[in-house]
Each structure stands twice: as structure tokens, then as C-alpha cells.
Design a protein around this ligand. Structure first.
Ligand code: BES
Ligand code: MN
Ligand code: ZN
Length: 501
């Protein structure tokens, strides 16, 4: 679907989408349409339960007196709540109504609204962003879909007073959307298509954006002493990979980078501690942390952010086989610390242990943020509303929280501490890889912290957020790309040259 911007004008064909404020207050465009339709729209509104509340919509087909084939009224809620997320939801709702409606073109009217916190031009750009995000489809394997189920909408024109300004603003958001789409694509792909080698190849594609990409194979990782990561992949036919992506966008080439680290388990069968069959197919998206880091790097490079950023993803497939690691095995990590592998299904932390250590050791970053679908326990704690946030640095935690709020990817901070750390003491090695059922997400974070070497660090447990079982305002059900917008925003607000340091 193509998104364009134009000056306000009433279309003579296709669909027109217009906003209505809570309390049935028609916006300027809806009022103009209503007038042309001899009051037909207000009569339709009066006859319905549509009140202009957020999330509501009302479609009027073939309205008498108008040339358009349909008018879609979308509830904007209250003027004071019309922020960037509301704008995205507005654009998303338009697409949800029209994508498979049979319409091929639509105009999305953005009207001036008194008391709205966001300038109209930005509102229009954000609406376009939301529309693009909501139009995402992963349907390449659907060969027999009925015509009426296929997307029909090809063009969405956002009509707004300063169309040129909105277009300029949108161009930046469009790069972020590129990152989101890349992440959703790799997370959606099945594990026979996306495995460590092929995911590394996707990351290598970022070279086109000016990102330096290095791919380390098993031999190199063995040389570096990454026994923890390699142990997870040793049961798989696929070779493990570690991918390093570097974007040098700061004017100061020597400025210490920010670093993002991702768990990339391209399939998590549990290994010898094999998972139950029901739902195991979901573990194709156990690389969503790595996917988000790759997408965030694409966004940051795509919009040429003035920052030095490093993305490191540990890519492995966790399989049971004659060569797989066993419960009870002891592995030595790159840090030199030894780990007793009690449960081969607690593999993400084993991958991140070496990826985190490598990242701080090689790049001496300002801070590290890792993203991982790490524990089922975080889904029990927070459900599908917040990702878990763990941090050794309060400023970083606050900034992540603020960035998450701004983009609608919410985080909830959980505690850490010595008492939890004790739970991963081992009788035979420096630590064990599980700490019991109690506080399972926290002991996982404690484990990771041991590999951060006291660099400012935060860990996002995104197990409950990487995949959505239902459509949301800006995301159809499936892979969400949680973390891409958040990391991009963290960089934009706090890490770029001249930003708040
Ligand atoms: N990838 C899983 C965590 C997960 C569970 C992600 C559900 C998304 C949805 C992780 O590798 C795992 O298996 N964790 C175990 C840890 C346990 C063995 C200590 C878990 O959460 O059960
Ligand atoms: Mn697992
Ligand atoms: Zn896993």
C-alpha cells in the first residue's frame, strides 16, 4: 500500500475517511461531507451507536449526494488525547476498515482540532505511519486465498493543510516502519526458513543502509571461548552465528557506542529438556529479540541517526539430538565463568551470556540493552501488556520507560538483588542456568547481569510481547516487532549528537 500526502479536497471517487470527536462532534471534513450529502451523515450517526469514541467507527456506503463510494467515520476520542499514538490508531483504524473492503484508493482527512496536543502536520504523518504499520501482512505462503480476502487497498492519501511538511515528517517515520516490517517478516518466518545462517544473511542485508556487518561462525566463536552460546547450538544441524552490526552515525567517530543485544534462538524445542508438543510451534519466534535488534539497527541507519550504535545478535537453534548438550553439563563462557546447565530449555540466557560479554569486552559501550523472549514466567507476571524491564542503571531504566511510553511499547520494571542472585548458586560450577520456579524472570535477569561486567545495562524480557494473538490498533495479529520503535526512540531522544547527552 502506497501512502501519499495532499492538500485537503473532497475526493470524487473511492473512500473517504474522516475523524469525529467524542460526543459526535464531526470534524471539518465530515461536516463538509454532511452538508454535501444533505445531512445524510449526521442522520446516519444519529441512527447508530457511534459516538466518536476511540476505537469506534461507522461506515456509510454509497452516501446519497456524494461521489465517493463510502464514508468511513472514525472516533478520535477527546481532543486533549490526540497525541502521536492516537494519530497512529486513527490511520490504523482506517486501514483496518478498508484494506480488504474492495476499495483500491482512499483519502484520510486530517482536520485541524482545537486543543489537540500534537500539531496537525505531525498528526497527519503519524496517521500515515499507523496506516502503514496496520497494513502489514505476512501472506506469502497463502496460495489459495479467495479474492474477497485479499487486500484491495493500494493507495492511501493523507489530506492535510501542510501536506509537504507532513510528507517530510513521514519520511523519517517511514524508515522506522521499514525496520518494523523487516522484524515482523523474520519473526513470522517458520524455522525451516529462518535459521541461524539465513537470519545472519538478512542482517547482512543492512549493508545496503551503510551498516557494517560481521558474521562470526562457530570456529571463530570457539576461539573466543563462547562455550555457553555454542553449547546451545551443538545439537542442531545448523551452525550457530554471532552477528555484529555497526552504525557509525555520530560526528565523533570515537564516541563510545550504544549497544543492543538480541536473543536469536531460531527454534527453541527445549533441547534434551524438551518442551511439551502443544504450542511448540510458537518457538519459531524465539528469535524476536534478535529480530528487534536487526530491525532497530535498520531503522536507526535508515533515518541516518547521529549516533554510534552496535547491534549484536546470538543466533542458535536449540534442538535435541545425539550431539545436544545434556542437563548437568558444565560449560565455560567467554567471561571465564562456568555454568552448570540444569535445564537445556533455559537456553536464551546461555546465548546472551556470551553475546553480552563479547559486546562489552569489544565495544566498551555507553550502555547495553538486551531484548529476549527469555521466560514464560514474565508472561505469567505481566501478560501481554508490558515487557519486563530489569536494569543495573536507573537512568537507563527511566529513559527506556519513557521511550516505551512514547511509542506505545510499555515496560514494567521488576526488582533485582542479591537474594535472587543466590538462587542460581551451583554445587559444581560458578552458577547454574535455572533458579527454580519462584521469580523465574528475575533469576534469569540475575544470570544475565553476571555477564555485563558492570556496564550500564538493561534487559527487556519480551516473551509476552513479541507475538500478538489479536489485531491491535497498529498491528495485525502475529509478530509485533516489539522493541524496534522503542530502541529507535531511545536513540532519538537520548543518544544522538546534541540529544540529552
Ligand atoms: N523461549 C522460552 C521462553 C518463552 C516461553 C518465550 C513462552 C515465549 C513464550 C525460554 O527459552 C524458556 O524455555 N524458558 C523456560 C525457562 C525455564 C526452563 C527455567 C521457561 O520459561 O519455562
Ligand atoms: Mn527455552
Ligand atoms: Zn527460548
Amino acid at each position: 500500500m502506497k501512502i501519499a500526502f495532499s492538500k485537503p479536497s473532497l475526493p470524487t471517487e473511492g473512500a473517504i475517511v474522516a475523524g469525529v470527536l467524542e460526543g459526535k462532534a464531526l470534524g471539518a471534513t465530515a461536516r463538509a461531507l454532511d452538508e454535501a450529502a444533505g445531512g445524510g451523515l449526521s442522520r446516519a450517526v444519529a441512527a447508530s451507536r457511534f459516538e466518536g469514541k476511540k476505537g469506534q467507527s461507522l461506515t456509510i456506503l454509497a452516501p446519497a449526494g456524494l461521489d465517493v463510494s463510502r464514508v468511513v467515520l472514525i472516533g478520535l476520542g477527546k481532543a486533549k488525547d490526540m497525541d502521536a499514538l492516537a494519530a497512529q490508531a486513527f490511520g490504523g483504524a482506517a486501514v483496518a476498515q478498508l484494506l480488504t473492503s474492495g476499495e483500491t484508493g482512499a483519502v484520510l482527512a486530517v482536520d485541524p482540532v482545537e486543543g489537540a496536543p500534537l500539531p496537525e502536520t505531525e498528526f497527519a504523518a503519524q496517521a500515515g505511519f499507523g496506516a502503514r504499520l496496520r497494513s502489514y501482512r505476512f501472506d506469502k505462503y497463502m496460495t489459495k486465498r479467495k479474492k474477497e480476502d485479499k487486500p484491495s487497498l493500494k493507495r492511501l492519501t493523507v489530506a492535510t493543510a501542510d501536506a509537504a511538511g507532513a510528507k517530510t515528517f513521514f519520511a523519517v517515520l517511514d524508515k522506522v516502519a521499514d525496520g518494523v516490517v523487516l522484524t515482523r517478516d523474520v519473526v513470522s518466518e517458520p524455522a525451516n526458513v529462518i535459521h541461524p545462517e539465513s537470519l545472519a544473511e538478512v542482517a547482512e542485508g543492512l549493508k545496503d543502509l551503510g551498516v557494517e556487518v560481521e558474521v562470526l561462525g562457530e570456529k571463530q566463536m570457539r576461539k573466543l571461548g563462547m562455550g555457553s552460546l555454542l553449547g546451545v547450538g551443538q545439537g542442531s544441524e545448523r551452525e550457530s552465528r554471532l552477528v555484529v552490526m555497526r552504525w557509525n552515525g555520530s560526528a565523533d567517530k570515537d564516541c563510545a557506542p550504544v549497544a543492543f543485544v538480541g536473543k536469536g534462538v531460531t527454534f527453541d524445542s527445549g533441547g534434551i529438556s524438551i518442551k511439551p508438543g502443544a504450542g511448540m510451534e510458537e518457538m519459531k519466534w524465539d528469535m524476536a529479540g534478535a529480530g528487534a535488534v536487526i530491525g532497530a539497527m535498520a531503522a536507526i541507519a535508515g533515518r541516518k541517526a547521529k549516533v554510534n550504535a552496535v547491534g549484536v545478535v546470538g543466533l542458535v537453534e536449540n534442538m535435541p539430538s545425539g550431539t545436544a548438550q545434556r542437563p548437568g553439563d558444565v560449560v565455560t563462557s567467554m567471561s571465564g565463568q562456568t555454568i552448570e546447565v540444569i535445564n537445556t530449555d533455559a537456553e536464551g540466557r546461555l546465548v546472551l551470556a556470551d553475546a553480552l560479554w563479547y559486546t562489552q569486552d569489544r565495544f566498551k559501550p555507553r550502555f547495553m540493552v538486551d531484548l529476549a523472549t527469555l521466560t514464560g514466567a514474565i508472561v505469567i507476571s505481566l501478560g501481554h501488556e508490558y515487557a519486563g524491564l530489569f536494569a543495573s542503571d536507573d537512568t537507563l531504566a527511566k529513559r527506556l520507560d519513557a521511550a516505551g511510553k512514547a511509542v506505545g511499547e510499555q515496560l514494567w520494571r521488576l526488582p533485582m538483588g542479591e537474594a535472587y542472585d543466590k538462587q542460581i548458586k551451583s554445587d559444581i560450577a560458578d552458577m547454574k542456568n535455572v533458579g527454580g520456579r519462584e521469580g523465574g524472570s528475575i533469576t534469569a535477569a540475575q544470570f544475565l547481569k553476571r555477564f555485563t561486567n558492570d556496564v550500564a545495562w538493561a534487559h527487556l524480557d519480551i516473551a509476552g510481547m513479541a507475538w500478538s494473538s489479536k489485531d491491535t490498533a497498529t498491528c495485525p495479529k502475529g509478530a509485533t516487532a516489539f522493541g524496534v520503535r522503542l530502541l529507535d526512540r531511545l536513540v532519538a531522544d537520548y543518544c544522538e549528537d546534541k540529544a540529552g547527552q
